[in-house]
Ligand binder design. Sequence first.
Ligand code: 48F
Length: 258
Amino acid sequence: MLDETIISKAIIETYMKKLIDVLNSDVAIAGAGPSGLTAGYYLKKHNPTLKVILFERKLSIGGGMWGGGMMMNEIVVQEEGREILDEFDINNKKFEDGYYTADSIEAITTLASQAVKTGLRIFNTISVEDVIIESDRVNGVVINWTPSVDTGLHVDPLAIRANFLIDATGHPSEIAHIIERKGKKLLTNTGKIIGEGAMFADKAESVIIENSKEVFPNLWVCGMAANAVFGGPRMGPIFGGMLLSGKSVAEKILQKIG
Ligand code: 48F
């Protein structure tokens, strides 16, 4: 006979163990869109000993990839993006020279599944609402249950230490904005968030790799957040840049770790 209280105890104890285990992590990622998941995958793939955690505000991971373009669930990638799809074994078809399509549901589920299999720990329904800053460096994240944040409940958060933080929150580039609101100078030309430009797919896809970098000591940006912070254009439903940006930020952090 099944005992409901054992089911509850199993969930509570296992979850708490999981959370306690990441209180001191190497890398924390905010946002489980395509760029955050790809960054987590490559960090763990190339250095399985790293403790890498990802917090996603929503119940579901995947960010803007599920919806393809205007809810037509196909994504487009260019040649370099296709190489990453192939590495993940995500089916894709050539549409025209230099343009490949993939089913967005297959893309995000496969990406997420393989990222989790590397040992990336994902916590959903948790928002990064602030950061720990010590000696003018980011040293971790301040987290809270999304329903608490969204309903404005007066509930204090918890904190997790991490040596590196990646802002993969997409267009709103939320973590960089948190730093800016504290009056801190960012590592952009102006010291402030420049803001994303109008759609220009070709330029957006090329500058995003360069923009995937450190924006404040220990805070790195990738995906659409990188272009939003450093003033790159938006690109619409072409996703190669998201995958390449996540890979690029992972490689840069791995290089820094040595
Ligand atoms: O928006 P999102 O998919 O970001 P991305 O990886 O990819 C961008 C593309 O989807 C698309 C595009 C390119 O083709 O322009 O927009 O850069 O995923 C961002 C994720 O971060 C979560 C959010 O719910 C989404 O799943 N998120 C945002 N703010 C927070 C957060 C936060 N403060 N804490 C935790 N998660």
